[in-house]
Design a protein around this ligand. Structure first.
Ligand SMILES: *Cc1c(COP(=O)(O)O)cnc(C)c1O
Length: 234
């Protein structure tokens, strides 16, 4: 388990691991971005990660995130929303974040588009895919992607960048890879049909290698940087 007293060292080790995986699977190390998932972690810990060179942070709980975004306003951080989205939260998400990885229906995309402040650049969006077909899981079904992507790409205040998934736990590297490969194929299919998507948000502390092997461009790492998660905010 990562030691939360040494965040700079944890980040260094993850960056090394990313770069080793890139070498092993024939990818350019600059092609994979590290998103540090800081949900439940304090602004002070985020500050330490930032001092170690980390610029992208992922948050899942809106209220908690907005407090930290205010507290860290002077830092040049890109904030990524990766949590479940209820309709009544879209206004704050559209205002405070640079990226949203967890869009899984048109209604949410339309609201984010309407609520994105005009003076800000378009909000970067990934469509979350229920790639393991779990009945309880968030995410669009793979067969809905083409239609969703076509509609969302018409919206001018958001910019569709790619796909995101949180697959079910798999035992082996090969099983993990076969699921991530389906994500890569889904992205390729959309691009074949005229989209220009450049982002595969996939890979967490436990399946990063498989995700990088299959084309991930953004790995979302929490516990391996910040240690075990604290309780969810109430
Ligand atoms: C919490 C979370 C992560 C980070 O998971 P770790 O296993 O701690 O690396 C990544 N993605 C999403 C969507 C999350 O909610």
């Amino acid at each position: 388990m990562a030691d939360s007293n040494n965040i700079a060292e944890n980040i260094r080790q993850i960056q090394q691991k990313i770069s080793d995986c890139c070498t092993q699977y024939g990818r350019s190390a600059s092609a994979v971005r590290l998103l540090a998932v800081s949900k439940t972690k304090s602004a002070e810990l985020i500050r330490q990660a930032y001092a170690a060179g980390q610029k992208d942070f992922g948050e899942s709980y809106l209220q908690e995130a907005v407090g930290k975004i205010h507290a860290l306003e002077e830092l040049d951080i890109s904030w990524h929303f990766i949590g479940a989205i209820q309709s009544n939260k879209t206004r704050d998400i559209a205002q405070y974040f640079d990226w949203v990885h967890s869009v899984d229906r048109l209604k949410i995309a339309r609201r984010l588009n309407e609520q994105r402040p005009a003076e800000q650049p378009p909000l970067n969006i990934c469509l979350q895919v229920n790639i393991s077909n779990e009945s309880s899981k968030a995410g669009a079904a793979p067969e809905q992607l083409a239609s969703l992507a076509d509609k969302i790409s018409q919206l001018s205040n958001i910019r569709l960048r790619g796909l995101m998934a949180i697959p079910i736990k798999a035992d082996s590297l090969q099983q993990q890879r076969s699921i991530f490969r389906q994500m890569q194929q889904a992205l390729n299919t959309l691009n074949t049909h005229g989209h220009q998507l450049d982002t595969l948000s996939m890979g967490m502390s436990n399946d990063m290698e498989a995700a990088i092997a299959e084309g991930s461009t953004m790995v979302r790492i929490g516990t391996a940087i910040f240690g075990a998660r604290d309780p969810k905010p109430a």
